[in-house]
Design a protein around this ligand. Structure first.
Ligand code: F0G
Length: 359
């Protein structure tokens, strides 16, 4: 089957990650390409974070993907392979972004999609996305970990394909984030910071860097640092957390599926898995917004972590650091509004408006 035409409107002719990195992905001419033009996201230098840390800090804005999160990198491949294998339906558990992405790509491919989400714990924007794309949403009376167990059980017993990151195609697709960073910088960063929830993303980024290392594209990998929310930090504590708590609902996970892969990524790259508090996450979130980058709270964990590394002297002077901003701020606007001043009400009169603005 031939590829779809390029998506225009961004860095044209960007064709989506399956075409851009075809040689590095497990696809063939027989694989139908189900794409919304994912990947090719901006890598933005942060003057403010560079000044604050003494490093060269870059932000990989993966919230600019079609459904507003990095999940699209994995979902384009997982759904394309599901179609190739003749699947009719997909299922996932989610804190909201996987379900939004699965719903969109399933709609694109004409597959049925069912999602299991922890009841009352999914941000409004993500729920809206999942519903509008026509997925069947079931709210589980339990947390994400319980939802994932259910989804795995269903996929084991019924003809539905699991598209959580335990599906290896998800990780293969998501490794392209590492490729894009190296390709854009012209070499690897020294340090790579990423939020950690179910731990698939850090594992996939390590896959990408390790592949470039193996093929001689880079000669040294970055140190990978993953950041969990302090109230949901099983990898840091070394044991599952029965009742994970954090305002960063996307990473409110107590028993990550890719546990050992995340530890391997951090260990092999001489990085680490650390915890950041909700207070540090919100500080980083607001700081990013003042630079023009609106991400969701969970995404700001990477920047909170970068600031923590700088404060502890882990970052060398002038080292290049990339922080991945995994999801768009509009998905979860609650904390944007909670921290802001109420808009003033004014009459429709220029003098009154000028007076209010102090002009
Ligand atoms: N950032 C965002 C915005 C996420 O949605 C997630 C995970 C992560 C970071 C962590 O990535 O799980 O690969 O370690 N969200 C999943 C979901 C769990 O269901 O949308 P991870």
């Amino acid at each position: 089957m031939s590829a779809e035409p390029p998506i225009l409107g961004r860095a044209a002719p960007w064709r989506g990650i399956l075409e851009e990195y075809r040689d590095r992905l497990p696809i063939s001419e027989a694989t139908p390409v189900v794409t919304l033009g994912e990947g090719g996201t901006p890598l933005v230098r942060s003057a403010s974070l560079s000044a604050a840390t003494g490093a060269e800090v870059w932000l990989k804005y993966d919230g600019a993907n079609p459904t507003g999160s990095f999940k699209d990198r994995g979902m384009t491949l997982a759904i394309s392979k599901a179609v190739e294998e003749g699947a009719k339906a997909v299922v996932c558990a989610s804190t909201g972004n996987t379900s939004a992405s699965a719903a969109a790509y399933a709609a694109r491919a004409g597959l049925a999609c069912a999602v299991l989400v922890p009841k009352g714990k999914v941000a409004l924007g993500k729920m809206a996305q999942t519903l509008v794309h026509g997925a069947r949403v079931l709210e589980v009376e339990g947390n994400f970990d319980a939802s994932l167990e259910l989804a795995r059980d269903l996929a084991g017993r019924f003809p539905v394909t699991l598209v959580n990151s335990v599906n290896p195609f998800r990780l293969e697709g998501q490794k392209t984030c590492a490729f894009e960073i190296v390709d854009a910088l012209g070499g690897p960063p020294d340090v790579h910071c990423v939020p950690v929830g179910n731990a698939g993303n850090i594992a996939s980024h390590w896959l990408g860097y390790a592949e470039y290392l193996r093929d001689g594209v880079i000669h040294e990998p970055p140190r990978l640092f993953g950041f969990q929310a302090a109230g949901a930090a099983p990898l840091v504590r070394g044991e599952p957390v029965a009742e994970p708590r954090t305002i960063a609902t996307a990473i409110r996970i107590g028993n990550p599926a890719s546990w050992s892969k995340a530890v391997e990524a951090a260990t092999a790259s001489e990085g680490g898995i650390r915890a950041v508090t909700d207070r540090e996450i919100l500080h980083a979130y607001r700081r990013l917004a003042r630079e023009g980058l609106f991400c969701e709270p969970a995404s700001a964990a990477s920047v909170a972590g970068c600031l923590q590394l700088a404060a502890e002297g882990v970052l060398g002077p002038k080292q290049t650091v990339v922080c991945v901003l995994t999801g768009h701020g509009l998905k979860d606007p609650e904390w944007a509004i909670a921290g802001a001043a109420q808009p003033a009400s004014v009459p429709a009169d220029a003098d009154a408006v000028a007076a209010e603005l102090g002009l």
